[in-house]
Design a protein around this ligand. Structure first.
Ligand code: NAP
Ligand code: HSE
Length: 429
């Protein structure tokens, strides 16, 4: 039998430990599927003395640079963050290793550079686990949908925030308590600000947009709002109107087909929308394509074992290529579309205003909407003494016009306070 294919694992935390376990538990099956044995040569960690149940302690090393440069057939990077992960991957590629990583932050910032290095070196760069945990999503986008024209991607791509928002919505749970729970379950990033402020979703949205629209999109190109400003009151208001609030990642072609808009923000979606029932750390992504129509991907978006499934799937793909002396598809960024600002994005909106309860106020407010060409779909007014609470739903309008409307409303004396403005997605589903 031929000699084993060597695998070096950089990182032995939530994901790394699960990857090591999966490779060891499925060793015979993996050998049969690949046609050669996989041999784990080392696991690089910061502190090799930490107890790691289920991980062979003889494999642990604190010399990540040495392991990365060891010339293993495949180097798996699950350390996370930009450095030292970037330097370690560069060194591994320079030493002829194929790369499997779960690092969306790195890919969304330096994906084009790493793809170029991998292509020049004739090695694979796979990162299925970087977006939506266990869900096979990147390979279908890169390969199965390669014959179609993708027009929009809309989804929940962060398990931590979906876990928190679900618990707040269903159980009235407290934000900080649920965040701690998500951390304990291994869903959150090392710094959970990345999750709750939307950086993690933005990195994933950039990766998805790049693959779907054949354009280099980085995290900096993504409009980002996190979920930390979503209050228990917002959630209660959404509930009373038949909506749920989710942190969404959206990437779409502009009307002229020459640009893309990529955004991450909380949004209200109707309880009847399929994304509304995506709870806990599950993720779901809709892809809309001209010929295929709507395709939905659903599954566990975070956690050690689900993420390890995607990582090891990539290891199998890279291992098969090592045997045949081939590589997977290179990065496709031929379309080079312009990344446009959120001002051009069209959606409908929910507004919650506290206004003076006087004659003519409603007419004056609706006049401001009309002046900015934002059409009102529904209004609900509840009196509260000399004031009234006004809930307004608009039809679809460009973000820039809605912002101008809100600015005008804030300057009206009859409007005492703009209590809330939120985008509404999926109302047509
Ligand atoms: P983690 O639990 O914090 O593990 C990170 C690992 O990297 C630890 O073993 C740590 O060593 C090691 N490490 C950190 N800095 C190092 C350095 N300078 N040199 C050597 N080793 C170092 O993180 P994780 O949750 O497994 O996430 C890893 C990656 O997977 C990240 O890119 C993350 O975004 C991505 N990801 C995570 C999930 C998830 O659900 N957790 C899902 C998809 C993708 P010590 O153990 O000694 O501290
Ligand atoms: N922190 C990420 C999340 C891990 O919660 O979705 C999976 O990428």
């Amino acid at each position: 039998m031929s000699s084993p294919l060597t695998v070096a694992l950089l990182g032995g935390g939530t994901v790394g430990a699960s990857v090591a376990q999966l490779i060891s538990e499925s060793a015979d099956d993996l050998t049969a599927r690949i046609g050669r044995e996989l041999k784990l040569t080392g696991i690089a960690v910061r502190d090799a003395s930490k107890p790691r149940p289920g991980v062979d302690s003889k494999l642990l090393t604190e010399d990540a640079a040495g392991l990365a440069a060891s010339g293993a057939d495949i180097v798996i990077e699950v350390i996370g963050g930009i450095e030292p992960a970037k330097t370690l991957i560069e060194s591994a590629i320079a030493n002829g290793s194929s790369i499997v990583t779960a690092n969306k932050a790195l890919l969304a910032a330096h994906g084009a550079h790493l793809h170029k290095l991998a292509e020049e070196a004739g090695v694979d760069l796979y990162y299925e686990a970087a977006v939506a945990g266990a869900i096979p999503l990147l390979r279908p986008l890169r390969e199965s949908l390669a014959g179609d024209k993708v027009t929009k991607i809309l989804g929940i791509v962060n398990g931590t925030t979906n876990f928190i928002l679900s618990k707040m919505y269903n159980d009235g749970a407290d934000y900080s308590v649920v965040l701690k729970e998500a951390q304990d379950l291994g869903y959150a990033e090392a710094d959970p600000t990345a999750d709750v402020e939307g950086f993690d979703s933005a990195a994933k949205a950039a990766i998805l947009a790049g693959l779907a629209f054949h354009t280099n999109v980085t995290s900096d190109d993504v409009y980002r709002e996190g979920m930390t400003k979503v209050t228990a009151d917002d959630i209660a208001a959404a509930k009373s109107l038949g909506y749920v609030i989710k942190l969404l990642a959206i990437a779409e072609l502009t009307d002229d087909d020459k640009g893309v808009i990529v955004r991450v923000h909380p949004a209200m979606i109707p309880v009847t929308h399929p994304l509304a029932s995506v709870r806990d750390a599950f993720n779901a992504v809709f892809v809309e394509a001209d010929a295929a129509g709507q395709v939905m991907f659903y599954g566990r978006g975070a956690g050690g074992a689900p993420t390890a499934s995607s990582v090891v799937g990539d290891v199998v793909a890279a291992a098969r290529h090592r045997i045949t002396g081939s590589v997977g598809p290179a990065q496709s960024i031929y379309a080079d579309l312009e990344v446009r600002s959120i001002g051009e994005a069209k959606t409908s909106y929910y507004l919650n205003l506290k206004v003076s309860d006087e004659s003519g106020v409603l007419a004056a407010i609706s006049n401001e909407f009309a002046k900015h060409d934002v059409s009102i779909q529904a209004v609900r007014q509840d009196g509260e003494g000399d004031a009234a609470s006004l809930i307004i739903r608009t039809h679809e309008a460009p973000e820039s016009r809605l912002r101008a409307t809100v600015e005008a409303l804030e300057n009206m004396t009859a409007v005492r306070e703009v209590l809330g403005v939120m985008r509404v997605e999926g109302a047509g589903a």
